[in-house]
Design a protein. Structure first.
Length: 236
């Protein structure tokens, strides 16, 4: 029994990953991770990204960096100024103090605004350290480890969660938070980054939340959701 499911069920879900990945690769290409993102920048960017789009997240991040080029400036700044600076990202009253607390925690523990040590820590310890920071959950930890460090970690955002459930990789009732260790176990480590990006692209381009474009989806032959819809339609 793993992830609260019988071994056969887990193996069935895992067996589906290879055909899904092959089709997603044909459809969306094979994204390759490249180094270059600063881990603390990624962490702050993740906080800013909550409940907003990428464009507003980036505008808020750029405004923050333009106003205080180093993180010490953000920590020492009056909170209302930080809030005003990131206003475009929304929920600024929550995000401003959260970012300051996060940076303060990092400096207190590491003596610098630097978390590069996570590159060499065993993955589960790196995840535990990140999620011990105030306001950092499994998704943010997975994003930082995947995007900033290129480590095997598969963030389950809203697209990955929805498409993963429809395809039958993630059980219908499993939360995105709980789906992190499952997806990390189902997908081969070297494919975590590409699979994450491919599922996001698929969710944006075809497998929309409201009206998925199943008629044009190359995954329909192996999609649980589509097959359920077909069965339902033929029984009425
Ligand atoms: S067949 Fe439809 S529900 Fe299934 S993955 Fe494709 S778009 Fe999504």
């Amino acid at each position: 029994m793993r992830f609260n499911m019988p071994a056969e069920e887990f193996e069935g879900r895992r067996a589906k990953v290879a055909p899904v990945a092959a089709i997603l690769g044909e459809c969306h290409g094979h994204p390759v991770w490249r180094a270059g993102v600063d881990p603390v920048d990624e962490l702050v960017s993740c906080v800013l990204s909550q409940s907003t789009n990428d464009s507003n997240r980036d505008r808020a991040f750029d405004a923050l960096k333009a106003r205080w080029p180093d993180w010490r400036g953000v920590v020492e700044a009056p909170t209302d100024e930080v809030i005003a600076t990131i206003r475009v990202a929304g929920l600024a009253n929550q995000k401003g103090p959260r970012i300051q607390a996060l940076l303060r925690d990092i400096h207190e523990q590491q003596g610098a605004f630097n978390i590069d040590f996570l590159a060499d820590l065993p993955l589960d310890e790196a995840t535990a350290w990140l999620t011990s920071l105030r306001g950092v959950g499994p998704k943010t930890a997975a994003i930082v480890l995947c995007f900033a460090f290129g480590r095997p970690s598969l963030p389950v955002d809203t697209h990955v969660h929805r498409v993963g459930k429809r395809l039958g990789l993630i059980p219908e009732r499993m939360s995105a938070e709980r789906a992190h260790p499952l997806m990390a176990a189902l997908v081969p480590a070297e494919q975590h980054y590409s699979f994450h990006i491919q599922l996001i692209l698929h969710g944006r381009e075809l497998c929309h939340a409201r009206r998925p474009d199943c008629a044009n989806c190359p995954l329909s032959a192996i999609c649980d959701w589509y097959s359920d819809q077909q069965a339902e339609a033929s029984s009425t």
